[in-house]
Design a protein around this ligand. Sequence first.
Ligand code: 5BU
Length: 230
Amino acid sequence: KIIQQKKSNLCVSLDYKKTDKILEVCDLVKDYVVMVKIHVDIIEDFSLEFAKKLEEMCDRSNVLILEDRKFADIGHIFKKQFTGGIHRILSWCHLITMHALVGPGPLRCFQECADLDRQGVLLIKEMSNQGNMLDKLYADKCVALAQQHPEVVGGFIGQSSSPDTNMLCVMPGVNRVVKQDQADQRYKTPQQAVEDGADIIIVGRGITASHNPRTEAEIYRRLAWEKYQK
Ligand code: 5BU
């Protein structure tokens, strides 16, 4: 619904260390995105007041918040990581990422404690970085797991189209200029990402490291949206 309303299938990854910066850039890009992604565990000055401000800004602009925590522990610990600690992710996120390798346990725990009218899980089906171990067999098992939990799983983080049309393919590793970073990241262009099946593209440094994140976000929005329309 939000994709249609905003004519956007862009998610910006706000991988900053300081909360002021996250709020500042979120404010700049909010009109062009359907979702922002954060890594709460890289933030140095996290507070629940920050989370509230981010939530309010995103609510006003129809933007979902994805916490890219990549949960991968037993259900008992997942529940503590998701609901507790200093971050209390449950209290402010719309979506979280989770590795499929742990099986159904954490998904059941999510179902017990989350508000399923507004919160869900994206299962990591494939990764963008070089040398990762998620092969085709793993991806197939991930899809099967998702299909057993449709009330919780809204889609996949992946590099190829979702085999299930009820589930979104959300794709990171997108940059319109470079093909890789200094470490193991691999990029495709926004157009290639949509061609490969992305319903939503995730762009981090392509936008956050640019001189003008707002202009750059609008460019990524247009490139991905035009291709998606086709
Ligand atoms: P970048 O700056 O566009 O490279 O940032 C990509 C973001 O997407 C970053 O926050 C990663 O943690 C995240 N990511 C990814 O790059 N590749 C993956 O396969 C997964 C997540 Br899962």
